[in-house]
Write a protein that binds this ligand. Sequence first.
Ligand code: GLN
Length: 446
Amino acid sequence: CSGKEIINDVSIRANDVQPLYNSYITLRSAADTASDTICKADECMTLSGIPVAVKDNISTKGIRTTCASRMLSDYVPPYDAFAVERLRLAGAYIIGKTNMDEFAMGSASDTGFFGAVRNPLDMDYSAGGSSGGSAAAVAGGAAVLALGTDTGGSVRQPASLCGIAGFCPSYGAVSRYGLISFASSLDRIGFMGRSVSDLKLLYNIINVRDSQDVTNFSKKNSAEENADIKGLRIGIVKEFSAASADSDVTAAVNAGIKLMELSGAVIKSVSVPSVSLAVKAYYIISSAEAASNLARYDGVRYGHRAENFKDLRDMFVRSRSEGFGEEVKRRIMLGTFVLSEGYAESYYKRAMAVRRQLCTEFDEVFRECDIIAAPVYPCAGIRLGEKTSSVKRYAADIFTVPSSMAGLPAVSVPCGKNSKGLPIGLQLIGGRYHDDRLLEAAEIFE
Ligand code: GLN
């Protein structure tokens, strides 16, 4: 093992590039981590001495965990998330906590309290979001591997925009214990690395049954499945092809699909009609759950508390008004509205019906094909500072949100570049619990 050297090299690099990319909210020094890692660096465990970055909505014992929010800007968790505990047991070095959109709400890592993350490949561009800090850390050499979270695309999209690999496992495959909730029925911890084998490594370490999360399951579906690319049926969803994407994105994605075909895969056209309603339903459901989850930040037990207030109610109002940023407030208001009496039937309940229908349609499609291939994001780059309406930003989640709603595993792998040299990702979506087969198939993009 040369864990100590890797730790030192990556720590130096991470400190050097931090003022440029702003990929970390908390960057630990090699000295900070000496106690929890250096002795393990000599022990030759799977991740001995490997610097792993952890998104700042995943709890780390004794290390500040802010969700990029003023609300939690000095919160230090008393325990580790299950995923972090697994990393530590494997000998990993938690190099720092990565920057993100506030409470993971966003697509450009520009809604957080600690400033925007810049893309290491072109600093005029965003690293994507919400796990932009994790993606930028890996792409910029400031971490070897990273944990992110994906509720509606937040691992896959920044991986795509930063030219790395990202994996969002089946819902429930990885324990959410210690993940600070945004939308509990959609939230997943996901993995980022330079290659699909990095993703497999992290997945195998962390995909272990955990009774602390009731939605966690130990089902491994595909150990004996044939994941050979020869004869693998790749579905192209008509409704994705009809959605607008930049021509360079379409060209790169088609080149990726062609590569699979040349390697022996069979390409088929399939239909998931409810894709056209997925974004609307996602923003209703995720905002409803966010409004409910974020009600706990009232300034009483933890989190930001206003200094000047008249009475208890005023303290709640001021603490929340000061603690949350604009995007989080927008989602809380939207979520409260769609759950309110008289409106829940026409918004929340209908969105849930769309979600059920999407699940049924995907189940049917996965009888006709083994894997779906699609773009990750409609464009190759989001310019920092670009003024875009929320509705436009939300609409751009069209390719990632449908599989989020159905809890399906999905991976993003680099498949080309646009004319400015910005990377483009190809998304591969697997059937429920067929995570292993999906990763095997994605390996042709190594
Ligand atoms: N862009 C989506 C949103 O803002 C996805 C976020 C996520 O996956 N955390 O909700």
